[in-house]
Design a protein around this ligand. Structure first.
Ligand code: BES
Ligand code: ZN
Length: 625
C-alpha cells in the first residue's frame, strides 16, 4: 500500500506488497474487476441445487489482460459466453482447474477482447460448502424444505462463480424462482408483503463484497418489529423471535445517534434452523441468526447489536483481505458494546465485555505468538481459520483503549468520521492506521504514543495497561465460586437465583478445567443445569461435567450437540469428549447420527477434530508400548 510508506510503523512493518494481495482468491483485480452481477437462479429442492445464470459486468483495468480468472467451488459450468454492448452472446474458451483444498477450482476464461460482460450458465453441487439444504423433517414446522447460504469467508464461490475477495465490490440483481408457498429472501431489501408466488426479485444498489451475498428459502413467516425492521422465521418460531428482537428499531436508532445514518434502508432478521453454523451473519438488509439466542429474556440479543453494528463496520467499511478481519470484527464488537450499554445499561455491557476479556486472557497465553497478533503473518491456508477471538476481543479491547485515552466525545467523532471517510470501500489495516494517525493520534498529541498503537496492532499478547472494567457482581461470583469449591458454601446456597445469563456463564467459565465430580453433581442437583434450554449455559455446563467425569451428563450433552450445529456451541462438547477413549467412542456414535443434519462446515470441523484425536491417540498408544 502506498500509504504505508508515509508511516513510520517501526519494527513490526512487513513489505507492503504482502498485504495488498488476497491469498484466498484466484482473482486478478489488477486486470479486471466485477462491477455488477445479474443472477437468474432456480431453487431446485429435489436436486439440492441452485441452477441458472450469472452475468458479470466487468471493468477492465489492464489493456494487456488476456483472461478473466474467477473463483468457483464444486460448480458445474454449462457454458461461458461474452456479451457485447449490443447484448449478443459469443462462446468463450475456458478451463476449470482441479480442486485445491480451501480454494476451490480456478476458472480461467479467455477474454482478450475485454467483453463488457460475461454470462455463465451453471449449477451448484448438493454439497456446496456455502449452502445447507434441509428436508422438511429437519425443519421446525416440517412442511417445506429449507435452504440457506453462509458465504463468509470464502464460500460464495460455491454458489456463484465470481471474484471471491472482500476487496472487490459490486452491485447486484437477482431473479429467483422457487416452489409456490416457499419464501425466498436475500441480502438486499426484502418486501415483507411479497406474494408467495414462486418468483422473487432482489436489487442491491450498494456495492458489496462477495462474502455478503446471501440467500435463504423455506417456510418463512414475517412479523414486523418496527417501521423499517421485521423478523423472518418458520411460523412456529416467528412469534418468539419477534418478542426476543422487539428492540431492533431502538437498536438502529441508537447506532445512528452514535455513528450517523443507517444507509441500507430496511434491517430485517432471519432466524434459521439450529444447524446454522454461526451465531449471526451480517448479510446486508437481512441478518441471518441462530435460534439459540431465543431464550425468552432478551439476555442474548447483543448478537443483534453485533450484526447490526456490521452495517457500519464491515458492510460499509470492509476489511480488504481476511488478514484484516479484525477491522470488521474488532470494531463491530466495540460498537456492539456501545449499543448494549445504551439500551440495556452499563452492568449488562460490562459483563459481556468482561466475559470476553477473561476468556481472551486465558486463551491467548497458549497461542503461538503469531496467532496472538491482530494481523497474523504468515496467513492461514483456510480463510475461515483466520478468524479467532483475537480479532474480536483484542480488536475491541484496542478500541476501548482508544476510547479511554481520547475520551468518548472525541473518539465517537473520530469513529463516525472513519465510517464516513471509508464508506463503501474495502481497506487494509495500514489504511485504517494512516487515518487513525492523522485524525486521532496526531490530532490530540500527548494522549497515546504511536509505539502503543503498534504494540496493539502488530505485537503479540495484550499490552499491560489495557483497561479492565469493574464488575462488583462478577467479583461477588468469584467469591461464591471459591467458597463453593472449597466446601464452605453448599451449591444450593449459591445466590444463583439472582444470576442473569452472563453471570451463569462467568460462574461456569472460571470453574477449574477438571472440576471434582462430586462438586459438579452437587451443582446439578441444586440448579438442574443438565437439559437447560439456554445453550450458552448448557455448553459450559456440559464441558465441565464431562471433564469432571460425570457420565450422567453425556446423553443431554449429545442431545445438545445433535440439535445445535452452531460451531461455537457444539465443538467444545466434541472436544471435551474426544479426550478419553470412552468419550471418543461415544461421540463417534453421536456424530454418525447427527451428521446428516449438520451444515457442511460443522461436519468438516468435527471430522477434522476426529482425525486429530485419532492421530493423538495413535501416538499415545505407540508411546505406551
Ligand atoms: N461475520 C461474523 C460471522 C463469521 C465470521 C462467519 C467469519 C464466517 C467467518 C459475525 O458477525 C459474527 O461475528 N458472529 C458471531 C456473533 C457474536 C460475536 C455475537 C457468532 O457467530 O458467534
Ligand atoms: Zn461479526
Amino acid at each position: 500500500m502506498r500509504l504505508l510508506s508515509t508511516l513510520a510503523l517501526g519494527a513490526f512493518v512487513l513489505p507492503a506488497a504482502a498485504h495488498a494481495a488476497d491469498p484466498h482468491s484466484y482473482a486478478q483485480p489488477q486486470d479486471v474487476v466485477i462491477k455488477h452481477i445479474d443472477l437468474d437462479l432456480k431453487v431446485d429442492f429435489p436436486h439440492r441445487q441452485l441452477d441458472g445464470i450469472a452475468t458479470l459486468t466487468l471493468d477492465w483495468k489492464n489493456a494487456d489482460a488476456q483472461e478473466l480468472v474467477l473463483d468457483t467451488s464444486a460448480l458445474k459450468i454449462a457454458s461461458v459466453e461474452a456479451v457485447d454492448g449490443k447484448g449478443q452472446p459469443h462462446a468463450l474458451h475456458y478451463t476449470l482447474a482441479a480442486t485445491v483444498p480451501s480454494m476451490g477450482s480456478k476458472l480461467t476464461i479467455e477474454a482478450p477482447k475485454h467483453p463488457h460482460a460475461v454470462r455463465i450458465a451453471y449449477a451448484t453441487s448438493p454439497d456446496a460448502s456455502g449452502l445447507q439444504w434441509l428436508d422438511p423433517a429437519q425443519t421446525a414446522d416440517k412442511r417445506f424444505p429449507f435452504l440457506f447460504s453462509q458465504s463468509e469467508s470464502t464460500h460464495a464461490r460455491s454458489w456463484i462463480p465470481l471474484q471471491d475477495s472482500p476487496a472487490i465490490r459490486f452491485t447486484w440483481h437477482a431473479h429467483v424462482t422457487a416452489p409456490r408457498d416457499v419464501r425466498v429472501v436475500m441480502s438486499a431489501p426484502n418486501d415483507p408483503k411479497h406474494a408467495l408466488d414462486g418468483s422473487f426479485d432482489f436489487t442491491q444498489t450498494h456495492p458489496v463484497p462477495s462474502y455478503l451475498m446471501a440467500i435463504a428459502a423455506g417456510d418463512l413467516a414475517v412479523r414486523e418489529t418496527g417501521p423499517r425492521s421485521a423478523v423472518y422465521a418458520e411460523p412456529s418460531v416467528v412469534g418468539k423471535a419477534a418478542h426476543e428482537f422487539e428492540d431492533t428499531g431502538k437498536m438502529i436508532a441508537t447506532t445512528e445517534k452514535l455513528y450517523g445514518p443507517y444507509r441500507w434502508g430496511r434491517y430485517d432478521i432471519l432466524v434459521l434452523p439450529p444447524s446454522f453454523p454461526y451465531g449471526g451473519m451480517e448479510n446486508p438488509n437481512m441478518t441471518f441468526a441462530t435460534p439459540t439466542v431465543l431464550v425468552g429474556d432478551k439476555s442474548l440479543v447483543s448478537l443483534v447489536a453485533h450484526e447490526l453494528a456490521h452495517s457500519w463496520s464491515g458492510n460499509l467499511v470492509t476489511a480488504a483481505t481476511w488478514r484484516d478481519i479484525w477491522l470488521n470484527e474488532g470494531i463491530t464488537t466495540y460498537v456492539q458494546g456501545r449499543i448494549t450499554e445504551a439500551l440495556y445499561g452499563q452492568r449488562q455491557a460490562t459483563e459481556e465485555t468482561l466475559l470476553a476479556i477473561r476468556n481472551l486472557e486465558k486463551n491467548i497465553a497458549g497461542m503461538p505468538e503469531n496467532a496472538q497478533r491482530l494481523t497474523p503473518q504468515p496467513r492461514k491456508i483456510d480463510a475461515d481459520d483466520e478468524l479467532s477471538d483475537v480479532a474480536y476481543d483484542k480488536g475491541s479491547w484496542f478500541m476501548r483503549t482508544l476510547e479511554q485515552k481520547f475520551g468518548r466525545k472525541d473518539f465517537d467523532a473520530y469513529l463516525e468520521g472513519y465510517f464516513n471517510h471509508f464508506a463503501w470501500h474495502s481497506i487494509t489495516t495500514e489504511q485504517m492506521l494512516a487515518y487513525l494517525k492523522a485524525n486521532l493520534i496526531d490530532k490530540y498529541p500527548g494522549r497515546m504514543g504511536w509505539d502503543e498503537v503498534e504494540a496493539w496492532v502488530y505485537g503479540p499478547g495484550i499490552p499491560e495497561d489495557a483497561p479492565i472494567p469493574d464488575s462488583p457482581r462478577f467479583d461477588a461470583i468469584d467469591k461464591e465460586r471459591a467458597a463453593f469449591l472449597d466446601g464452605t458454601l453448599a451449591a444450593n446456597k449459591l445466590d444463583a437465583k439472582s444470576w442473569n445469563t452472563q453471570e451463569w456463564m462467568y460462574f461456569l467459565d472460571r470453574l477449574p478445567d477438571k472440576p471434582p465430580l462430586g462438586k459438579m453433581q452437587e451443582l446439578d442437583a441444586a440448579w438442574h443445569l443438565t437439559g437447560t434450554p439456554n445453550a450458552e449455559i448448557g455448553m459450559r455446563w456440559y464441558v465441565h461435567a464431562i471433564r469432571s467425569g460425570d457420565r450422567a451428563a453425556w446423553p443431554a450433552a449429545a442431545e445438545h450437540a445433535t440439535r445445535i450445529g452452531r460451531l461455537y456451541l457444539t465443538m467444545p462438547i466434541y472436544k471435551a469428549l474426544v479426550q478419553t477413549p470412552e468419550g471418543f467412542a461415544f461421540v463417534e456414535q453421536v456424530f454418525a447420527k447427527a451428521k446428516d443434519g449438520y451444515h457442511p462446515l460443522t461436519r468438516m470441523a468435527v471430522e477434522k477434530l476426529f482425525a486429530k484425536a485419532r492421530e493423538a491417540q495413535g501416538k499415545a498408544a505407540v508411546g505406551a508400548d
